[in-house]
Structure formats: structure tokens, C-alpha cells
Design a protein around this ligand. Structure first.
Ligand code: 3CP
Length: 683
């Protein structure tokens, strides 16, 4: 909550005041000259289909004003599956580029000078083979290790908390992260070895203070592990970088980024760092994907511009601006260009780069920076009281905090308290002008990758691969051996990403998360709301008619781990009176059938945000038919382009819900569909 206005009284005595940009505690920015010397890096997250298509997109981005690269990998790669693995097939090349070996990595950067362009790679679960493939690709192109500049995300803790592209259990995962930091700090001195991320917390529902607190709590856990290896803070700390989301809460977002630098500087100093470089937080920011709406998508251009300005006023070093059509599909060439131009216009037309920390000294901003830092300190104290972030993760505290945030936000939107223009206010009757969406031909990418893997396996020295993988597997069982060094050896002799992962899985167990959703919170926010009470009555009436509450099974199919939407829907329907079960992440059609046989359900709801809805629903419907379960009404929620609606309906999908659908609309639609089925059966 902001005050109506701020005065000198609000900043009197604030301890963080008085420094200049580039001075500890770096509230005002990591560099004195900030954007006058070097504007933030325009770094757009890009990658889809195969390496050649993504390489062309990288070259286009650099030619059109992009200043660094940021690789999006597909879900199969994230989870350590080669493209020819049966589990991966529907997801190959959908939400990022498919990389199975160093050969793919070389094609990805073909014609791009890795000694000149810095490359960020969002990779966590399969960090070892992907980082190894990047290093070997550069080596075979003649680029020296010290010339490589860029960032590997390598932040596994937030994967367990929200993003869900983990492979191994937390302990071995932490070892892998630390091995990567240790290796890079010695071998690739100009490469950032972590991008400790808050972005995904915000996307999952955390407010800026919780986002920052969880990020810093994770960073502390990494510092503990790295310090335990005997590494000197002044040697590696300047290569730990950060990544935050920037949403529509304009002033708060700026305050968050300023408070982030303040708190990090304090933390690192407290641990004994001496150099200014170690205490200086550097960050990448991304505008909020969640704030984008499928309704009137051009409005998203405006939202993204405002969020980008908050990131820049907050002093970010690197920025991704989302494309306006991302609530509908992957960005098209045109929307990607507009997103990039948003940053070019800010850098080159506005004069914003001329002054460092323009908000410095503002009564409001300084007081909000302090308030933000205090809220974050209070969260950190709560985490410490539980014994640290790993304990808070395992007890469920972290997911409860985030889900609470997301449910309150959803109820504020559904009741209209939080305005979203075109969604809950000033809704337009005009049809949305259709955008030219990017469509990935998943099956073509899959076939190409399969052929390439087969060729690789025929042409390599099989015995050398076997030996390298055996050494990697032995290393996994032996703490103290650096797993990145061993993976580089395996990748160099053409082991695949999947084979390296499999070798590690011999000694490191695969992690399986529980699916949880909160009960009672959403309904508590909507108790006074007539639309909500009507839904509750309808559910009750349905239950009285049937002799039991309507029971629904909600599942995530495929490799897509984005579960904010399904958790909100599960909580909302449960609170309305439905019986709700949620299947585990990464369910297969066969597992869904098993769950449906285990107990009675009136309906099945599937959430897919990865773009793989057509092949996945086709597989699911086939399995349902084989198991004689195809009479159950099937609903799909997620990012489903209108052009795919008819195909899904032909497959037998009864209802499709896009992001932003109000809870009572979902609930009532399901009840109506169930009633229609009952009528049909009675006829
Ligand atoms: C910069 N430099 C300066 C100044 N500005 N020196 C003096 N004065 C200045 N004003 C120096 C820096 O110290 C650095 O040198 C060099 O110039 C480059 O600047 P930089 O600030 O380090 O910028 P950059 O290379 O772009 O690196 C930015 C950070 C990096 C540090 C944030 O980690 C990064 O690029 N992160 C991006 C992460 C990312 O793209 N994530 C994508 C997530 P030295 O290096 O010598 O110090 S996408 C996730 C999407 C959602 C999902 O998960 O699915």
C-alpha cells in the first residue's frame, strides 16, 4: 500500500541513503556511469524447433538490434531426455530448441562469434551436458575459454519450488550446481556461473517482496555450499548473477530491484567479502509473462513497455521484453521485433540512459526501498527460523506462501478489485484482430532430431563413449570429483545429453514432487460475492441430484511443469464444492487412465501450456478409448490458439479454457457440460 504522498519525514534517518551509483551498498546501481557508459543488454529469450531455425532467429535478433543471446531449450532437453526418448516426443522443439549433442550446439551458434557475443542459457536440470556442450562447441570453433562470456542459469532450488524442470533429488542437484560454479570460476573466468532467479516466483504468484526473499534465501544456500568447497568469495561471487521478474506494480518493482542490491551487498559483506566487485549485484530482468492477456493482446505492448521502464529505472544490466502475443503462442517474427524495438526505443529515443538512478532521493522511492528491504528481512527471518530454505521447501512452506499469493491475486481479479483492462474492465465486444502466430511443426523437428541422433551414434567411437559415461557414472558416486569436467569429456566424444543424464541417474535418484493445492483461501476472499455464491449453490444442487459432489481429476500432461494455473483452478473448484484430485506433474496418458480407474470421476481436466496440446490430447484420447474411458467429459486449459480449437473439439474435447477465465465461468461451464451429458444419457 502506498501513502497518499511522501515527505522528508519518510526518509529521515534511513541508513541506506548517501551513496552514489557504483558505491557500496549499490542501492543506486552497480556502476557509477550506469547506462551512459553501457546501456543494459537487450537480451531476448529465443529458441524453438531445431538448432538451424534457432540459429537463424539468433542472427536475426543480432542484426535487428539485439545485443546478447539468450537460449530457450525445449522441455525434453531441460529434463535430460534425448529427442528420440518415448516420453519426450510431443514436446520436442516446442517451447525451445532441441539440443541432443554437441553437434546440435555447434549448429546453434554457427556463424556467431562466441568470443564477441555473450550467451545466456536457461538451463538447470540438465546443466552438466548443456554447459559441457557449449564449452566443447566453442573449443572446436577455436574460441578460448577465457573469451567466453555469458551466463548459465544453474539455479536448481527454484526448480523444486516453482519451475519444475529438475531431474535429480535436491542433494545431488545442489552438488551439481556447486560443481558448475567451481569449474567455471577456475576455467571460464568471464562466464557467470549462476543466474539466481526470482522471476519464476513472481510468475507463480509471489509478490515482489516474497520473490526477492526467496531469491536471496536460495542465494544464501548456494553461498553456503560454495564456501564449504573452500572457494574464496572474492574469487567467485562477482560471477553469481540474479534474475528478476518485473510486473505491473510499477513503484514496487523499482524499489525491489534497489532493495535487492542493498540486501545482497550486506549479505556478502557479512560473510567476509572484501572486494567491491563481490558485493555488487548484477541482474537480468524480464517483463511479466503472467501479466499478458489473451484478450486484446495489443494491450500487452503497453504493459510490457511500462514493466520494461520499471526494470530500467531499477538499474537492470540486461533485459528481456515479452512479445505481445505470448499469451496466445510462441512469439511470431513480427511480435519479437516489436518486443526488441520496445527496448531500442527506450535506449535511443528517450534520454533515459543519460542519468543513473533517476529515482534516487525521492521521498517515496527511498522510503519504499527501505520498506521493501524490511519486508524481505522479515521473510528471511521466518526462513531462518525453520532451519533454512531447504527445510522451508520440504515442509511445504514455500509453495504455501506462493500459492496464497496467487489465489489472492486470482480472487482480486475475479471480483474486479484488481483491474485488468480488456479482461475484467472495459471488455471489448470487437473480435481480436488475429495475429500471425508462430507454429512449430513438432513432428518435423522430432524426425530430424531422431535422424541426427542415429547418425551421431553410428559415426562416433562407441567404446570411447562407453568409457567416458562409465567415468561420469563413477564420478556421480564420488563426491569431490567435478562432474562438469567429466561431462565435458563425455560430450567431447559425442555422448548425448540423454546418455549423460542416464549415467548420472545410476547414482543420483530422479526427483518426484507431490502435487499440492490450497483449500479455503480462494473462497474466503469471495464469500461476499454473488457470482461465487451462485456457483457454490449450483455445485450443491448438482451433488444433491447425483448423490455425490461432482468429482474432477486435473492433470498436467507431457513435460510442461507450469502449474500455477492448474493449482488455482484446483483450489477454486475445491472451494466451490467439487471433489478435486490433482495428478502428478508430467503425467502420461497411461497414468491418467490408471488414475481414472482408481476411483470415480465425473470429468477430466488437462492443463497444457507448452504448445504440445494437439499431439498430447490425441495420445490421451487414444489411451482413454483403449481403456474404455472415453465417455468421461474432457476439458482443456492453457495457451490454446483459436486455430486449434476445432481440432481439439474433433478429438472430443468438451470445453477449452484460456488463461484469465473467471473461476465461476469454469465451474458453471463444467456443470453445464456434465448436465448435458446426463441428459444425453437419459434420452
Ligand atoms: C557494464 N559494464 C560496465 C558498465 N556497464 N563497466 C563499467 N561501467 C559501466 N557502466 C561491464 C560489466 O562489468 C561487464 O564486464 C561488461 O561490461 C558487460 O556488462 P554486464 O552488465 O555484465 O552485462 P551482460 O554481459 O549483459 O550480463 C548481464 C548479467 C548476466 C550479469 C545480468 O548474468 C546476464 O546476461 N544474464 C541474463 C540471464 C538471462 O538471459 N536469463 C534468461 C532467463 P565484466 O563481465 O568484466 O564485469 S529467461 C527465463 C524465461 C522464463 C523461463 O524460465 O522459462
Amino acid at each position: 500500500m502506498h501513502k497518499p504522498y511522501y515527505t522528508q519525514d519518510d526518509i529521515d534517518g534511513l541508513a541506506h541513503l548517501g551513496s552514489c551509483p557504483g558505491e557500496s551498498p549499490f542501492v543506486r546501481g552497480p556502476f557509477e556511469s550506469m547506462y551512459r557508459q553501457k546501456p543494459w543488454t537487450i537480451r531476448q529469450y529465443t529458441g524453438f524447433a531445431g538448432a538451424d531455425a534457432s540459429n537463424a532467429a539468433f542472427k536475426r535478433t543480432l542484426a535487428e538490434g539485439g545485443q546478447g543471446l539468450s537460449v530457450a531449450f525445449d522441455l525434453a532437453t531441460h529434463l535430460g531426455f534425448d529427442s528420440d526418448h518415448p516420453t519426450a516426443q510431443a514436446d520436442v522443439g516446442r517451447t525451445g530448441v532441441a539440443i541432443d549433442s554437441v553437434e546440435d550446439m555447434k549448429r546453434l551458434f554457427d556463424g556467431i562469434d562466441l568470443s564477441q557475443v555473450s550467451v545466456s542459457m536457461t538451463m538447470n536440470g540438465a546443466v552438466l551436458p548443456i554447459m559441457a556442450a557449449f564449452i566443447v562447441a566453442a573449443e572446436e570453433r577455436g574460441v578460448a575459454r577465457h573469451q567466453l562470456r555469458g551466463t548459465i542459469q544453474n539455479d536448481i532450488l527454484k526448480e523444486f519450488m516453482v519451475r519444475n524442470t529438475y531431474i535429480f533429488e535436491p542433494e545431488p542437484s545442489m552438488r551439481i550446481c556447486t560443481d558448475v560454479v567451481e569449474y567455471l570460476s577456475h576455467e571460464l573466468p568471464n562466464f557467470n556461473s549462476m543466474s539466481i532467479s526470482g522471476y519464476h516466483f513472481q510468475e507463480a504468484g509471489a509478490d515482489p517482496a516474497l520473490e526477492l526473499a526467496l531469491t536471496l534465501a536460495n542465494a544464501r544456500a548456494y553461498l553456503d555450499r560454495i564456501a564449504a568447497r573452500g572457494l574464496d568469495l572474492d574469487h567467485f561471487c562477482h560471477r553469481l548473477s540474479f534474475f528478476f521478474g518485473v510486473g505491473m506494480n510499477f513503484f514496487n518493482e523499482i524499489a525491489k530491484l534497489r532493495a535487492a542490491r542493498l540486501l545482497w551487498s550486506e549479505e556478502v559483506e557479512r560473510r567476509g567479502a572484501r572486494s567491491e566487485r563481490a558485493k555488487r549485484m548484477k541482474m537480468h530482468c524480464q517483463t511479466s509473462g503472467w501479466s499478458l492477456t489473451a484478450q486484446e493482446p495489443q494491450n500487452n505492448l503497453i504493459r510490457t513497455t511500462i514493466e520494461a521502464m520499471a526494470g530500467v529505472f531499477g538499474g537492470t544490466q540486461s533485459l528481456h521484453t515479452n512479445a505481445y502475443d505470448e499469451a496466445l503462442s510462441l512469439p511470431s517474427e513480427h511480435s519479437a521485433r516489436l518486443a526488441r524495438n520496445t527496448q531500442l526505443i527506450l535506449q535511443q529515443e528517450t534520454g533515459i540512459c543519460e542519468v543513473a538512478d533517476p529515482w534516487g532521493g525521492s521521498y517515496m522511492m527511498e522510503s519504499m526501498t527501505k520498506a521493501m528491504a524490511d519486508r524481505v528481512r522479515a521473510y528471511l527471518a521466518q526462513i531462518d527460523a525453520q532451519g533454512g530454505i531447504l527445510q522451508a521447501l520440504q515442509s511445504g512452506w514455500v509453495s504455501e506462501q506462493i500459492q496464497t499469493g496467487s489465489l489472492h491475486t486470482q480472487s482480486r481479479i475475479d471480483t474486479g478489485q484488481q483491474a485488468i483492462i480488456g479482461v475484467n474492465r472495459f471488455v471489448s465486444d470487437e473480435p481480436t484482430p488475429s495475429a500471425a502466430l508462430l507454429k512449430v511443426e513438432g513432428s518435423a523437428v522430432l524426425n530430424e532430431q531422431r535422424t541426427r541422433i542415429a547418425h551421431l551414434k553410428q559415426s562416433r567411437d562407441g567404446a570411447a563413449v562407453e568409457q567416458a559415461l562409465a567415468r561420469l557414472a563413477a564420478g556421480a558416486a564420488q563426491p569431490g570429483t567435478n562432474l562438469l569436467a567429466l561431462t565435458i569429456d563425455a560430450i567431447r566424444v559425442r555422448a548425448t545429453v540423454g546418455e549423460c543424464t542416464q549415467a548420472l541417474l545410476g547414482h543420483m535418484r530422479r526427483y518426484h514432487a507431490d502435487s499440492r493445492f490450497l483449500r479455503g483461501l480462494y473462497a474466503a476472499d469471495r464469500r461476499q460475492d454473488t457470482a461465487w455464491r451462485r456457483l457454490e449453490r449450483q455445485v450443491k444442487t448438482f451433488g444433491e441430484g447425483e448423490g455425490h459432489a461432482p468429482a474432477i481429476l486435473l492433470v498436467k500432461l507431457g513435460l510442461d511443469g507450469h502449474d500455477r494455473g492448474i493449482q488455482v483452478v484446483a483450489s477454486g473448484l475445491k472451494d466451490a464444492g467439487f471433489e478435486v484430485d490433482m495428478g502428478p506433474l508430467f503425467s502420461t496418458p497411461e497414468q491418467v487412465c490408471k488414475m481414472l480407474k482408481f476411483r470415480h470421476y465425473d470429468a477430466l481436466g488437462v492443463s497444457i501450456l507448452s504448445g504440445a496440446h494437439l499431439p498430447l490430447i490425441e495420445q490421451l484420447v487414444g489411451a482413454l478409448r483403449e481403456n474404455r474411458l472415453d465417455a468421461i467429459p474432457l476439458f482443456v486449459g492453457g495457451i490454446i490458439p483459436e486455430t486449434d480449437t476445432a481440432a481439439l473439439q474433433d478429438l472430443g474435447v468438451s470445453l477449452i479454457f484460456s488463461p484469465g477465465t473467471r473461476m465461476e465461468v469454469i465451474g458453471e461451464s463444467i456443470l453445464n457440460a456434465l448436465a448435458a451429458v446426463r441428459c444425453h444419457c437419459a434420452e
